[in-house]
Design a protein around this ligand. Structure first.
Ligand code: 5GP
Length: 183
């Protein structure tokens, strides 16, 4: 599968969903993948629009049948994956495809589709992130060390991506994406 596929990824709570939402409002011609997940719908989430909400058994079946382009266990609880067939169909139809997924999944897509474009959405400053983690003062030293390690890991991971877009101002971040994608 070749074609124009862009993976938009980044750490938890960096606002990648908001960035992708703003991008698709500006460019409705983009085709944004709908993931399958084992987590329960949140209020207002629509089946088939926000996610395909599936059972654990259904997710196992998707993996076993090779139906997922990538998948990951997120926060140690729920599984999320990109159904492969709709992505293939969109690429075949000449659509520009966007996957908004977390970093483990981004790695898998890069390994499976080397020609994919990967974008890491980063927080305004890693230093600020670190300071916030340390400065909050509500965590035990162990918790703080763990959070710092996560932040370090995320910085390291960002280097694997083709592009890094800082999500400080939403409009600026979306503008950079538009430029990267040549829209
Ligand atoms: P949420 O439960 O808040 O909607 O999503 C949790 C995390 O899962 C977010 O970081 C989101 O980007 C990621 N995610 C959503 N769909 C997929 C997917 O299909 N594959 C992977 N690997 N991550 C996903």
């Amino acid at each position: 599968m070749s074609g124009d596929v862009t993976v938009i990824s980044g750490p938890t709570a960096v606002g990648k969903g908001t960035v992708v939402q703003a991008l698709r409002e500006l460019h409705p011609e983009l085709w944004v993948s709908v993931s399958a997940t084992t987590r329960s719908p949140r209020p207002g989430e629509v089946e088939g629009q926000h996610y395909l909400f599936v059972s654990d058994e259904e997710f196992d079946e998707l993996i076993a049948s090779g139906g997922l382009l990538e998948w990951a266990l997120v926060h140690g609880t729920d599984r999320y994956g990109t159904p492969a067939a709709p992505v293939r169909a969109a690429v075949a139809a000449g659509r520009r495809v966007i996957l908004e997924i977390e970093v483990q999944g981004a790695r898998q897509v890069k390994a499976n589709l080397p020609e994919v474009r990967t974008v890491f959405i980063a927080p305004p400053s890693w230093d600020v992130l670190r300071e916030r983690l340390v400065g909050r003062g509500t965590e035990t030293p162990e918790q703080m060390a763990r959070r710092l390690r996560t932040a370090e890991d995320e910085i390291a991971v960002s280097r694997e991506f083709d592009h890094v877009v800082v999500n400080d101002d939403l409009g600026t971040a979306v503008g950079q994406l538009v430029e990267l994608l040549g829209l």
